[in-house]
Every structure is written in C-alpha cells, then in structure tokens.
Design a protein around this ligand. Structure first.
Ligand code: PLP
Length: 458
C-alpha cells in the first residue's frame, strides 16, 4: 500500500467556525495584527502551535478518570515516574506544569551572570529563561541548518567544532551545562543524529560539563534516526530513545508535544544534590514533588501519551502529514525549510517577500495575510520572535531567518484540511508582490511576540 492513513478513527468531533473576509479584516485590526491576540473561535484552521493541541485518545481519557488526586504520594505520580524512567533511565523525575517551568527551575539553579549555555538552538522560552537568570544563551547548530534550501538528514545537529571552540574560549567553569534540543524546533524542526549526541557527550565529558536534552519531540526525533541513521533501521523507536537519553545527565520536557497531552512537563536528572535543590524550588513555585504543577489526571494522560507517541504507525503517519503539506506548498511555489520535519512546515518568508526588509517583519506580514485569506493561523519565527532590540539605541538586530511556521497539531486535522489550506495559500502566493511590511507599535522586553502590537507600513 502506498497511502499512509491516519492510524485512528474519530470518536468525538469539534465544529470549526467560518468567518467572512470582512469580519477577518476587523478581527485582525482589533488584534493589532498579532495572531496570538485573535480568539480561537475566530480561526478556521489553527496551525499556531503543536503544543498542547493534540487530540487525546480514548485510553488517555480513560486515564483521566483513574487520576489519583492525593496531595502526597499519588499513585498517578508513581506511574508517571516509572514511565519516564523507562524511557530516559534518569534517576529523579520532577513534574512541572509545562516545559518552561522545568527550564525556569533548572536555570535558576545553574544559570546566572557570567555563565554561558550552549544549545543547538535555544527555543524561545529556553533562551528567555537562560537570559532572565543573567546567563548567555549561545546557538551552535551546524551551518547547513542555517540555509533553508539545503538538504541534510540531520540539520538540527550541533556543530561539534564550535562547541569545542566555545569551551576553549570561555572555559568549562563558566558552562554549567550544555543542552541539545530534539527536534530543533527553532531551527526548522530538524532532527539530531545519535552520532552527534554521542559526539557532544564525548566532548562535554572531557570537560565535566553535563548534557541536558530539551526532549519535547524525542519520539519524532527517534523515528527520524530509525529512518535515516545507519545501524538503527531494525531498532525500535523506544530503544533509540533510550540510547539518546543514555548520554544525558538530565532533560526538560514539555508533555504538550510528544507527551500527547494538553498540559504538563517535567525535569529529570541524575545528580542527587541538584535534584534536591530542584525539588525545593518546585515546592516554592509549582507544588509538592509528587504532583509539581499537575493534577493526578494530567499525569495519567501523559503516561499513556508517552506510550502512544512511540507507536511506529502513529509516527509514520505523523511524518507523512508534514511531508504531504510540504509537497503541496512546494507545488504552490513556496520555498520551504527543507527537508520537512515532523511537527511543522516552515515557509521562507524572506524568499517569498524580498521587497520587505527584516526590520519590517516579512514573516508577520505573511501570517496576517494567511489569516485574511481563509482564517488560517500560523506563527512568525523570525525577527519578531528572535530579533534583538538594543535597549539604548533602539536599533534592532534581525534574526538569522525570517520563517513562518505552520505547526501540525497531533491527530487533529485530516488530509482534506491540508488540501484546503494549500488552496488558500496558493491564493496568497499569487498576490505576494502586493503584501506590505509591518512595524511594531508596542512591545515588551521578554518574549515580545506574544503581546506585540503591529501596524501595516503604508
Ligand atoms: C514547547 C517547547 C518548550 C517549552 O515548553 P512549554 O510547555 O511550552 O512551556 C521548550 N522547548 C521546546 C523545543 C519546545 O518546543
């Protein structure tokens, strides 16, 4: 059989609401051209994020009913802890309400002024938590990963030479940990190879620097390894995941991605002293160590979700969905970040809109246009999200790339939704030369993309 089908049937449906173009014009203006400020019910196809948007399975909903809501020693916590230990082999499991809470605890303990944290690419909340602690966040992914058109099986890889150089330049005592993000969400959702993770670990061990994994999409990354890396074709995805984590001293994870849950996350680590300090911090900011920021039922949904995310029929379908959307957009004329990852397709907005300079946010302009066309919501991953404004001069340093991400919620949309999406984007493509740039009229210092206000540049 050539056709890869959704490996599930639909048990419950949720209507989506159509709007008129005139309504969308008003909605967009009212939201100051920031799609984060548009109400979800005014969206037809919501590709803003794959985070917390998964459709849960019947088994997960059944798990919800089994949640043990005891304050201390909840049965659901021990199931959660066992599941995460089975996959990661890490000794201490600390539940948090989502990924960034795990990051916040980790960098409150290990970050701080003068410290430097390397990563292939820091995700926006990771970078914000590193910088908020006073430390410096450094992105060291390979040069191929910076060029959207280049084909490479593991474009999310860390540049090991650059990692060695950084350690030489700043000294290992200033690097309390190194991270690797699998898959590399802010770098096109590209996977990282096991050879690369092993190489990283080898370098870091020599300098006694711990390796932490940002594990949000570990199952998708593991499946890419199975398909693309020599020697892994016959291994199960679980075995591959276990090998990845065997090189880690710890991890942070948002269960809203490959946990297939709508909320949740965790910090896991081997160091006993650090774990005790993390739990103390957890009690201050999240909750008692056997629930952290979660209800017992949330932990049950994650236990089942982590199992289902490692199912190879699910992963085959998941990767096929992204490939299909990528193929449709390529046919429409778009340059996309090649090759497609698993959780999203990224359009090269700068290639599409060469007449809009990075300081006028081509990605934001495209996102607004897609909403106007058909009520589609996507997100800018470019200078709005990663540009750096000098607080004194007001001058802005643009991001490396101006991308628009179409994230694919897990198990939510069908192939005809994608066909509709492609038709709408074809219309946007056909009038690309008339699309105008944007300017920011209001912003905050951290994570400005969530709340920034824009106007069209006339
Ligand atoms: C989503 C995400 C996070 C943060 O997780 P939240 O649950 O949104 O707080 C961190 N890193 C990566 C790579 C992510 O995709």
């Amino acid at each position: 059989m050539k056709t890869i089908i959704e490996p599930f049937k639909i048990k419950m449906v949720e209507p989506i609401r159509y709007t008129t173009r005139k309504e969308r014009e008003e909605i967009l203006k009212g939201a100051h051209y920031n799609l984060f400020m548009v109400k979800a019910e005014d969206i037809l196809l919501d590709l803003l994020t794959d985070s917390g948007t998964a459709a849960m399975s019947a088994s997960q909903w059944a798990g919800i009913m089994l949640g043990d809501e005891s304050y201390a020693g909840s049965r659901s916590f021990f199931r959660f802890e066992n599941q995460i230990k089975k996959i990661t082999g890490l000794k201490h499991v600390i539940p948090t309400h989502q990924g960034r809470a795990a990051e916040h605890i980790l960098f409150s303990l290990l970050g701080g002024k003068g410290k430097v944290i390397p990563n292939n690419t820091h995700f926006d909340t990771t970078r914000a938590n590193v910088e908020f602690s006073g430390a410096e966040a450094v992105d060291l992914y390979i040069d191929e990963g910076r060029i959207p058109s280049v084909d490479h099986p593991f474009k999310g890889n860390m540049d090991l030479g650059k990692l060695e150089d950084l350690i030489k330049r700043v000294g290992s005592d200033r690097i309390p940990l190194a991270m690797v993000t699998i898959t590399n969400n802010s770098g096109g959702g590209q996977p990282v190879s096991l050879a690369n993770i092993r190489g990283m670990k080898e370098i870091l061990s020599r300098h006694a620097i711990p390796l932490f994994i940002d594990a949000c999409r570990f199952a998708e990354n593991s499946y890419f390894i199975k398909l693309r890396e020599d020697g892994y074709g016959d291994k199960s995805v679980l075995e591959i995941a276990q090998e990845i984590f065997s090189y880690a001293d710890g991890c942070t994870m948002s269960a809203k991605k490959d946990g297939l849950a709508n909320m949740g996350g965790f910090l896991a680590l081997n160091d006993d002293v650090l774990a005790e300090r993390a739990r103390t911090h957890l009690i201050l900011t999240e909750g008692f160590p056997t629930y952290g920021g979660l209800a017992g039922r949330d932990m049950e949904a994650i236990v089942v979700g982590l199992e289902e995310a490692l199912d190879e029929h699910y992963l085959e379908y998941r990767l096929a969905s992204a490939r299909y959307l990528g193929k449709k957009l390529r046919q429409a004329g778009f340059d996309i970040f090649e090759p497609p990852g698993a959780h999203a397709i990224y359009i090269d907005a700068q290639a599409l809109l060469p007449h809009i300079p990075p300081t006028q946010y081509p990605g934001q302009a495209l996102v607004a246009e897609m909403y106007l066309e058909a009520g589609i919501r996507a997100v800018e991953i470019g200078s709005v999200m990663f540009g750096r404004r000098d607080q004194e001069s007001g001058q802005e340093k643009p991001a490396d790339l101006e991308l628009v991400r179409l994230a694919i919620p897990r198990r939510v949309y069908t192939q005809s939704h994608v066909d509709f999406l492609a038709e709408a984007l074809q219309n946007v493509y056909d009038r690309k030369d008339a699309i105008k740039g944007m300017k920011i009229t209001h912003e905050t210092q951290y994570l400005r993309h969530f709340t920034a206000k824009f106007e069209r540049v006339e």
